[in-house]
Each structure stands twice: as C-alpha cells, then as structure tokens.
Design a protein around this ligand. Structure first.
Ligand SMILES: NC(=O)c1ccc[n+]([C@@H]2O[C@H](COP(=O)([O-])OP(=O)(O)OC[C@H]3O[C@@H](n4cnc5c(N)ncnc54)[C@H](O)[C@@H]3O)[C@@H](O)[C@H]2O)c1
Length: 343
C-alpha cells in the first residue's frame, strides 16, 4: 500500500508509521478531536481548508516522507488497530467508574446515587447531614453496590477539596460528578428579602456548585474524561414568585454550566445541567411549614401541568443518562425534567 496526497486522513491515522509522519509535521493531529471529523478528507483536500493549517510546504514535506515508507511487499507497517482505544480520553468499563454525588442524603441526590450504583458506578456520597448520608451508603450496599460517605459542606472550599481527594485516594478516579446539593429560600417579596438570606442561598447554590466544578474539573482535566451534571431548576429558566434569591442562584448554575462546558468541550469532559420542576422531596415538603412560619403566601405557584410532582427517581433517570456514554454528544445542555412546567 502506498500513501500519497490522495490518502485520507483516516488512512493516515490508522497506521503507526504514518501517524508518526503526520505528528512530525502536524503535532497533535492524532488526538485532535477535529481530526475525527475530517477523517474522510484526503490530505490534498484538507490542505485546501484554511482552518486545517496545512501549507503547501507542509503538504509537500508530508508527501515526501510518505513516499519513502512503502516497503517491498507494499505493506509498510502493521496497522494500528484503533488509536481511539489508546487515547487517555477512553474511560474504563462502567464497573470501574466512580461518581461523586453531593446532597446524596436527600431526595434527588439519594435517588440518583442508588440509580448510578445500579448502573455500576461506585458512589462517593457527600452530604452535610451525616445521618442521612450514611443511610444512603447503607442503601447502596444493601442493593449490592459500593460506596463511601463523606460529610462535607459544599460551600466550604476545604470540604470540597477533601471529598474530591477522598474519591481519588479511595477509588483512583472521578468519572461522574453530580453537583446537586442545594437549598430553598424562605418565601418573600424581593423588597423584604434579607441580605443574609440572599447570601445563605448564594453560598450553597452558587458558591457550592462553583467550588465543586473548580476542584473536580482539575481532576477530570488531568484524566482526560468526565461527565458533570449540575442541578439547576426550572427557576434557572424563569422566575419563581417570592424566590428572587433562589431564582438568581439557579440562573447562575446555568451560567456556570455553560461556562464550564465551553472551556472543556475539547478535553473529553461534558458538563450539563438538569432543571427539575416540582419534585416530591424534603425540600418541597417543607414549603407549607415555611409559609405557616412566615405567615406569607406567594401570589403565584408553579404549575406542574402534568398534574403531579415528580418522584426523585424520575429525575435520577436523566442523571444516569447524562452520566454515561449514552449521552456522548450532549454537553452544555440545559435539560428540563419538569412535567411541562415551563411550557
Ligand atoms: N425538589 C424540587 O422540587 C427541586 C426542583 C428543582 C431543583 N431542585 C434542586 O435539586 C437539588 C436537590 O434537592 P432535593 O429536592 O433533593 O432536596 P433535599 O432537601 O431532599 O436534598 C438536598 C440534600 O442536600 C444536602 N445539603 C444541603 N446543603 C448542603 C451543603 N451546604 N453541603 C452539603 N450538602 C448539603 C441536604 O442535607 C440534603 O440531604 C437542589 O439543588 C434543589 O435546588 C429541587
């Protein structure tokens, strides 16, 4: 087999010798995600595309090197089976995979921990609440899964550092990060919203999500793979009456999701956000009590058009989808799971 300027990029990147030649003239070409899109282009065709940055001189140097490698039997080298498989971006099988879940002691976090465990992930369950967090890990073990509990406050940098390090020290890797812990504000009109309540919500819902992204992205970037799911809310897409701080915090989660997704889109890391509507968890069960305590009722409530709240497991199904390679082309997406609330 001979290689010329009419050989396709796919052919040139599936052979050890030609890969070396391509890398010599175009460093990084064999691992560049753009290259997989151009595999059916010939070298000559590629050189005509300005973004490919293959000048006439480089083209001629590559072709000259290629012409020199043909052996007597016409089979220059042993084929390189599939360079994608050797890429550091290829995660191991799901049974070796590790997921960190924050807010794992409660509704959506617990349901997602159990579903991710059923899908084969080892779970690092993080929660502020030791009792409920340990309960979740016991439930994981009872269904035959593996996991450990780390008590942490997601708004404290040293705690976030600690649970990230624990995941690596124990399991050696982080495949999935479900950045989920969050709290609901006390209902009030904006003019009556205490600055301290605003800060409390922002501290957990925004600073907590930011710190998790910051620490885990560093690990995933070094690994070359990972999937992150942030829990926003339909309040990240529209305003919720009497919940200005919560609404602002969830809009910020969506901003952070997009910012992270764009920075890591070519580094093997996907970052998405889910937007649940009303879910039957401790967070929503506390609403009547909150209204009773404050003596204040919002003028409007969200309309779950489907006619009921979601079960936490119905949100967890989306988390598992985003965690696994089934969603390999999904990144930067803001996905509603809201029973038609935002229609
Ligand atoms: N329940 C809903 O209707 C709904 C709708 C949209 C979005 N959400 C979001 O889903 C996420 C999970 O909510 P949920 O409904 O499962 O609530 P939940 O109260 O049942 O669970 C939240 C868990 O997070 C933990 N937590 C709270 N603050 C923490 C902190 N600083 N550090 C560590 N852990 C902390 C709690 O201890 C609890 O176990 C939140 O981000 C919430 O805003 C919930």
């Amino acid at each position: 087999m001979t290689f010329t300027e009419n050989s396709t990029l796919g052919e040139l990147l599936s052979n050890e010798t030609t890969v070396k030649i391509m890398e010599k003239h175009l460093p990084g070409i064999s691992t560049n995600p753009m290259a997989s899109m151009g595999k059916s282009f010939t070298l000559k065709q590629l050189s005509a595309i300005p973004q490919a940055n293959i000048s006439a001189e480089i083209l001629s140097a590559i072709v000259s090197d290629l012409l020199n490698i043909t052996t007597a039997d016409g089979d220059p080298t042993s084929p390189q089976q599939n360079i994608q498989n050797e890429s550091p971006q290829e995660p191991l099988t799901i049974n070796d995979s590790v997921a960190i879940v924050t807010g794992a002691g409660g509704g959506i976090g617990r349901a997602s921990s159990l579903k991710l465990s059923q899908a084969g992930f080892k779970i690092v369950a993080v929660d502020f609440n030791t009792v409920t967090g340990e309960e979740t890990v016991n439930m994981i073990r009872a269904q035959g899964g593996k996991g450990l509990f780390i008590q942490a406050d997601v708004s404290k940098e040293e705690d976030v550092e600690r649970f990230t390090k624990s995941a690596i020290d124990t399991y050696g890797r982080i495949d999935v990060f479900f950045n989920n812990a969050g709290i609901l504000q006390k209902f009030s009109l904006l003019e009556d919203l205490d600055a301290s309540e605003f800060d409390r919500i922002m501290n957990v819902n925004v600073r907590g999500v930011f710190l998790g992204l910051k620490k885990v992205l560093k690990v995933m970037n070094a690994q070359g793979y990972g999937s992150i799911i942030n829990t926003a809310s339909t309040a990240g897409l529209r305003a919720e009456h009497s919940m200005a701080a919560y609404t602002a915090s969830k809009h910020a989660v969506i901003g952070l999701t997009k910012a992270a997704a764009i920075e890591y889109v070519r580094k093997g890391i996907r970052v998405n956000a889910i937007c649940p509507g009303g879910v039957d968890t401790a967070l929503t069960q506390a609403v009547p009590m909150m209204m009773q305590e404050s003596g204040y009722t919002p003028e409007e409530f969200p309309n779950m058009r489907i006619g009921r709240f979601a079960e936490p497991t119905e949100i967890a199904e989306m988390v598992v989808f985003l965690a696994t390679e089934k969603s390999s082309y999904v990144t930067g997406s803001i996905i509603t799971v809201d029973g038609g609330l935002t229609l």
